[in-house]
Design a protein around this ligand. Structure first.
Ligand code: DQA
Length: 144
């Protein structure tokens, strides 16, 4: 089963970006972790990252069109983008929302997510392991 792991703005700078919050894993490391974890679970995982909202909308439309499960870290868009929310609402396969940091321990503006109500589940604060946990859940629960 194909799974898309979609990462939003600034996540391409993982490893150098605020390492005390996001850790030292780079986006390339994260992509490798997701692809390898997925392969062990029998999933065909593709990882993408963009700083451009329109590109993210296109990827979500592609996932909706092809009924592909999505692991989504929409980063800052989580907290304010109704366009990303409306694109995610079109998904029919499960959506898992992931955040590397525990957004609930941080600034108030990070406590609200436009995506959580659409998600099968939300994983926050477990670092990049959250992606592997999301993939495991999809392997067990999403129907091809
Ligand atoms: C994040 C949390 C967001 O609040 C922030 O804007 C990010 C990353 C996380 O993975 O912890 O860019 O989604």
């Amino acid at each position: 089963m194909k799974v898309l792991v979609l990462n939003g703005p600034n996540l391409g700078r993982l490893g150098t970006r605020e390492p005390e919050i996001y850790g030292s894993t780079t986006h390339a490391d994260l992509a490798r972790l997701c692809v390898e974890t997925g392969a062990d679970l029998g999933l065909d995982v593709e990882v993408r990252q963009t700083d451009h909202e329109g590109e993210m909308l296109g990827w979500l439309h592609e996932a909706a069109e092809n009924k592909i499960p999505v692991v989504l870290n929409a980063a800052a868009w989580t907290h304010y983008s109704i366009a990303v929310r409306d694109a995610a609402a079109q998904l029919t396969a499960p959506l898992i929302e992931v955040h590397i940091s525990n957004v609930h321990k941080r600034e108030d503006f990070r406590h609200h997510s436009y995506l959580s109500a659409l998600a099968a589940g939300v994983i926050v604060g477990l670092g990049v392991d959250g992606y592997a946990l999301a993939l495991r859940w999809l392997a067990d629960n999403a129907k091809p």
